[in-house]
Design a protein around this ligand. Structure first.
Ligand SMILES: NC(=O)c1ccc[n+]([C@@H]2O[C@H](COP(=O)([O-])OP(=O)(O)OC[C@H]3O[C@@H](n4cnc5c(N)ncnc54)[C@H](OP(=O)(O)O)[C@@H]3O)[C@@H](O)[C@H]2O)c1
Length: 331
């Protein structure tokens, strides 16, 4: 067991460390170079440093790579963590992709969340993860061709059957959360939220009202908020993000200098301030930063112990209210 217990938070009926670990970065083809040995060391560093929520998806890496990697790395330590995974991107042959537009430069993604496929997705994820249960299971994106309530009904059946413990939703609006919650209680809603991406206020209000936890994805702004991204190499998916093209990136970096200045005054890193700021927004938010680097992982998780004073909270609110971001948003 980890000696480094972190403060905990509730996501509906689940209790997890206040900061989780986002595993997407551990598969090739996302944030550039990574091999399985390095990925495994990173994941174990996160667990050793107290992260008890591990976030993955059937869509991260090729052919279930990310889930497989987690299953391998956590052999013998499965019970120390809550495993959250998502479905709809890894489509077996013959399952038709349903495209939908996104703000990435490549224009669209595609899922299939038809209820008739959901049990098969869960069985594939369980096999890759080497486990008998998924603790938190999300449709990765609502399927534009399938009512979300139908997809959720299929997850409810998996919960009934004991393959899944809790239902999550990812990339939904408030009305979708309400509709889904009426079919089956939702433990957590996963949404992009960070200092450079405003939360959907209606979604946050609905989550608070319904007692649903909020998992903040890309809480470090895909690395931008650490202040350490110089340029984005080939093979790094941020090349598809307009916010990271050279001119926008330079402008955004300049605009966030005051935020980095506040971190310096507090004697913490910009990454830690970005995570502490999120934790301070709501008692049920759980950010899931990702990293391939044990030192970064320990730095990030230590932010669970940072408390912002009212003065710092107000100064950050004022600075962020004035800080524009160039390059649109992803979703
Ligand atoms: N539901 C969805 O649709 C969705 C979409 C995107 C992401 N997510 C989830 O959110 C998780 C996190 O998002 P993300 O990986 O996109 O972005 P992120 O956590 O905001 O940033 C990850 C990037 O930051 C760098 N980094 C992390 N800590 C650092 C530190 N202390 N100092 C310097 N650099 C640091 C990492 O590089 P190094 O490896 O070099 O540290 C990596 O390039 C994902 O793993 C995934 O689980 C969900």
């Amino acid at each position: 067991m980890s000696d480094n217990a972190l403060p905990t938070r509730r996501l509906g009926g689940l209790q997890v460390s206040a900061l989780g670990f986002g595993a997407m970065v551990l598969s090739p083809g996302v944030y550039g170079e990574i091999d399985d040995a390095r990925a495994e060391r990173a994941l174990l560093a996160a667990v050793d440093a107290g992260a008890t929520l591990i976030d993955t998806s059937d869509g991260y890496g090729a052919d279930g790579h990310n889930e497989w990697l987690i299953g391998q790395a956590l052999r013998g330590r499965r019970d120390e963590v809550v495993i959250a995974t998502k479905f709809g991107f890894r489509l077996p042959e013959g399952v038709e992709p349903h495209p939908f537009p996104v703000g990435y430069a490549f224009g669209e993604l595609a899922v299939n969340a038809d209820p008739k496929h959901v049990r098969g997705y869960a069985e594939a994820s369980l096999r890759e993860l080497g486990t008998d249960r998924i603790d938190l299971y999300y449709p990765h994106f609502p399927d534009p061709q399938v009512p979300l309530e139908d997809t959720v009904g299929a997850v409810a059946e998996l919960i009934e059957a004991g393959l899944v413990r809790h239902l999550g939703l990812s990339n939904v609006a408030a009305a979708q959360l309400r509709a889904a919650h009426a079919v089956h209680p939702v433990a957590a809603v996963q949404t992009e939220w960070s200092m450079w991406r405003h939360v959907d206020e209606e979604l946050l209000a609905a989550a608070r009202e319904l007692g649903v936890g909020v998992v903040a994805w890309s809480p470090l702004g895909a690395g931008f908020l650490t202040g350490k991204v110089d340029k984005v190499e080939d093979g790094d998916f941020r090349q598809h993000m307009p916010r990271f093209d050279a001119a926008n990136h330079r402008a955004n970096n300049d605009r966030f200098a005051p935020v980095r200045g506040i971190a310096g005054e507090l004697g913490i890193t910009p990454a830690q301030l970005a995570l502490a700021w999120l934790l301070d927004q709501d008692e049920h938010v759980v950010p899931i930063p990702g990293s391939r680097t044990p030192a970064h992982i320990r730095e990030n998780l230590a932010a669970a112990h940072v408390r912002l004073t009212p003065d710092v909270r107000d100064r950050l609110a004022a600075v962020l209210a004035e800080t524009e971001v160039s390059g649109g948003t992803l979703l």
